[in-house]
Design a protein around this ligand. Structure first.
Ligand code: GAR
Length: 194
């Protein structure tokens, strides 16, 4: 993990594709006196993502990246990260898979949040699968990103109980609330160790 810069904070980027509730919770954390990050950059592959509106409103440098050509897109992002001295990337509902090469460039400095108790239920449609399998618990996980999908070292995880009448929507809503709490905690945790 990167060294902390002046005022004991590092520059952080959040990558999004949609709603941006985790972006908002990271932003709120960044504004706390004792936070360890300055949220400097938001990258989105979608102009229409509600999170983009939030980022712009809050005067965070915001870049929409055209992903028609992944190699070009990643090149553009890497250059932005360098320009802005970004030391930590937080994926927050970013629906594009980063290439092995990109991950190698930022090894150990990319984290992600996933709406399940990893290593269970990697990939998409987690809530549907959890309910279909009649699990008693689900939850969410913040983990480091490595080249295998949803498989990097776990930083923080929290369980959420399932109820008989749960639907994917209800479960998603309950888990999202917990996600918004544990993402800043996980950031704080990894940056406290350096
Ligand atoms: C969150 O539930 C996050 O865990 C999920 O996308 C949602 C983004 O919500 N990410 C994944 O499924 C990654 N595999 P947000 O835009 O409100 O933060």
């Amino acid at each position: 993990m990167a060294k902390l810069i002046g005022k004991n904070k590092i520059y952080c980027a959040v990558f999004i594709s949609g709603r941006g509730s985790n972006l908002k919770s990271i932003f709120r954390y960044s504004k706390k006196k004792n936070s360890k990050i300055i949220l400097k950059l938001v990258v989105s592959n979608k102009l229409s993502a509600p999170g983009v509106k939030f980022a712009k409103k809050n005067k965070i440098i915001t870049q929409i990246v055209n992903y028609e050509n992944t190699i070009k897109a990643e090149k553009e992002i890497l250059s932005l990260l360098k320009q802005n001295d970004i030391k930590l990337i937080c994926l927050a509902g970013f629906l594009k898979i980063l290439s092995k090469n990109f991950i190698k460039n930022f090894n150990g400095k990319i984290i992600n949040i996933h709406p399940s108790l990893l290593p269970k239920y990697k990939g998409l449609n987690t809530h549907e699968r959890v309910i279909k399998n009649k699990e008693s618990y689900s939850g969410c996980t913040v983990h480091f990103v490595n080249k295998r999908l949803d498989s990097g070292k776990i930083i923080l995880q929290q369980k959420v109980k399932l109820y008989k009448l749960d639907t994917p929507k209800k479960l998603e809503k309950r888990i999202l609330k917990i996600e918004n709490k544990i993402y800043p905690k996980a950031i704080n945790q990894i940056l406290s160790k350096i």
